[in-house]
Design a protein around this ligand. Structure first.
Ligand SMILES: Nc1ncnc2c1ncn2[C@@H]1O[C@H](COP(=O)(O)OP(=O)(O)O)[C@@H](O)[C@H]1O
Ligand SMILES: [Mg+2]
Length: 381
């Protein structure tokens, strides 16, 4: 067991014990759930006690993710600090790291990725294929406008088909609109020693209005050579950036056959939730292994799977209604993950369901049969 001296755990083997997590959303919650069997302890920083990870953290710090004192409190408690959301103060984190805090991935990488234009430039300069992009409006249409900072779940992206289309307000850059055959993601784990493990590629479906990932399928429903090329490109992209931890690489398989990197998230990702059931090691356990520089687990697929987000209905509000949950669990190979959010909002991610199967197509069919059960309403309705 772990000896405790004067209230503080003594590391007997140099292995980190206490993990600090910046952000208390569902990704932080699933990170904690994966770390429990391994004996990690978790400190979480978030604005409010109602955050999904708060109820299961060993230590909860209430504070803004840009609050320097709260970040210092967390990083001085933790042996290793990571984040489950990118929107935090990278300069404060860099300063804490200079003073000895271990923060993984590094603030430098987070700052680079948080500026989508800088991210695109670094990838492109390293020879990673990305859609053609411009710092200023190229003057032609259609074109995709993207905010350089702060966008997520499609907020911060606008397809402009002509000069009269409404534009986004904020510092932006522009990309060529790519005709897509499929959107893919490859989750890559990399640790300090350089060991790299990539998960099988998934294909992703998006909600046409909310632009949010709805469905994810493993193995991706694309030819095996496309899967293999996507994996190779994703590993190259992660090595180029020097990322440590889980990095999720979103890719486009274009109509013309090209595979292009869309963007990279330096953390566990919605497209990897099905690794909990479908792979030997989940993306969450793998992230912990990678940031602590302990040997990575196998990313081998165990069975096919598809996952779907449980989203708030377009008009939902108030405490969520749980009546769909038992019905979702009727399928014998359905695995329900409920994030325990106190309020439902339109299109808010309330949970997800993964269904495993022998083949991708079977898993997708089973998910489709769930129909409207994946939409979560409020208790007032
Ligand atoms: N250059 C592009 N061409 C075609 N579709 C795009 C392009 N860029 C983004 N999209 C579409 O918009 C979605 C969101 O864009 P993305 O840059 O991934 O932003 P977010 O940070 O919101 O995920 C993508 O998943 C894709 O469906
Ligand atoms: Mg994206």
């Amino acid at each position: 067991m772990w000896p405790v001296y004067n209230g503080r755990v003594v590391e007997t083997d140099g292995r980190p014990r206490r993990i600090g997590v910046i952000g208390g959303g569902q990704l932080g919650r699933m990170l904690i759930l994966a770390g429990r069997p391994l004996g990690f302890q978790f400190g979480v920083l978030d604005r409010g006690q109602s955050a999904p990870a708060a109820a299961i953290a060993d230590r909860f710090i209430t504070g803004d993710l840009y609050d320097g004192a709260a970040l210092e409190d967390l990083t001085s408690w933790a042996d290793v600090t990571t984040f489950e959301i990118e929107h935090t103060d990278t300069e404060a984190l860099a300063e804490l790291a200079r003073r000895g805090a271990r923060i993984v991935p590094e603030a430098r990488l987070l700052a680079l990725i948080n500026d989508k234009l800088r991210q695109k430039r670094s990838l492109s300069e390293a020879g990673v294929s990305v859609p053609p992009f411009w710092a200023e409006h190229p003057g032609t249409f259609p074109v995709v406008q993207k905010l350089r900072h702060g966008g997520y779940d499609g907020r911060g992206v606008a397809v402009l088909s002509g000069p009269s289309d409404p534009v986004l307000d904020g510092v932006s850059y522009y990309e060529e609109k790519i005709a897509l055959q499929a959107e893919l993601a490859v989750i890559v784990a990399r640790r300090q020693s350089g060991q790299v493990v990539a998960y099988p590629a998934v294909d992703m479906e998006f909600h046409p209005i909310a632009n949010i990932v709805t469905g994810v399928v493993m193995p991706a429903r694309v030819p095996v050579d496309v899967q293999a090329r996507a994996t190779e490109i994703a590993i190259h992209a992660v090595e180029t950036l020097g990322g440590i931890g889980i990095l999720a690489v979103e890719l486009f398989w274009a109509e013309n056959g090209e595979i292009l990197v869309n963007e990279i998230a330096p953390r566990p990702h919605n497209s990897g939730h099905l690794t909990i059931e479908a792979c030997e090691t989940s993306q969450f356990e793998q992230h912990l292994r990678a940031i602590c520089d302990i040997p990575l687990g196998s990313a081998q697929i165990r069975c096919a799977a598809a996952s779907v987000n449980l989203l708030g209905m377009p008009d939902a509000s108030g405490p969520p209604n749980l009546r769909n949950i038992p019905a979702l669990m009727e399928h014998p190979r359905a695995h329900v993950h409920w994030y325990d959010k106190s309020e439902v909002r339109p299109f808010r991610k309330m949970g997800h369901v993964t269904i495993t199967a022998e083949r991708s197509e079977d898993a997708v069919r089973a998910i489709e049969a769930l129909g409207r059960l994946v939409w979560i309403g409020g208790t007032g309705e």
